[in-house]
Design a protein around this ligand. Sequence first.
Ligand code: ATP
Length: 248
Amino acid sequence: PADPDFLRVSDLHAGYGQARVLQGLDFSVARGEVCAVLGPNGAGKTTTLRALCGMVRGRGSVTLDGTQLLGRSPEQAARLGVAHVPEGRGTFSDLTVEENLRVGAHLRTGVLRRGRSERAAVAADLERVYGHFPRLRQRARQTAGSLSGGEQQMLAIGRALMLRPALLLLDEPSLGLAPLVTRELFEIVRAVNEEERTTVVVVEQNAQLALDIAHRAHVLEAGRLVLSGPAAQIREDGQVAEVYLGVS
Ligand code: ATP
């Protein structure tokens, strides 16, 4: 693919105080690709995403289209095009669906601009997001707190898309969702990737699901990558399925 090192992670170390979680990660994500990060509980998947979006401090190098991301605040990372959808979603439950989406747009511009061109841009982005998530359009005036779990996850992803991200980071989007809703959600992520060419890094416990939409995958164990390859190859590796993906 063109631009194979769009996201380049080199010798990434990160942790919390004394706890050293990531012990030197090296991987690249090509522009426009979906990359899955798999692995058992506590392997460091969430920490990896946090290091990419400025939520934990890292050592080494993480570049996006050549720009260094390490050492940036989450706000700076967002302005550089990194949108993070954390586990547990983090939408504002008392705000309506549309208000939540508008918050996403303000994160992009950094200020509450009220000019005509900004209003038009936000309206276009809302249309884009509603196009991907028809359910959110139906519920635009409902509070986020009144949505189902699946719809809240859609809202969290929709809000991230309001940033027009260059890089979308998804942490366990399937968590707590029924299989049918999860499938719908993943199909939407696939469509966003295909239609907008958004580069995606998705962390998932449900490896089968993630491998269905990913182009490449990395298996993380105890803070180190133990396996990397095309998603199809990882899916077909019987030993991998048994040992790392919890499938027998
Ligand atoms: P899970 O699927 O369980 O979330 P994970 O692969 O995402 O697993 P991380 O959440 O990155 O793993 O956690 C890696 C290690 O870091 C774990 O041992 C965890 O206990 C520890 N850890 C995570 N967050 C913190 C924190 N805020 N402070 C201290 N230690 C943490």
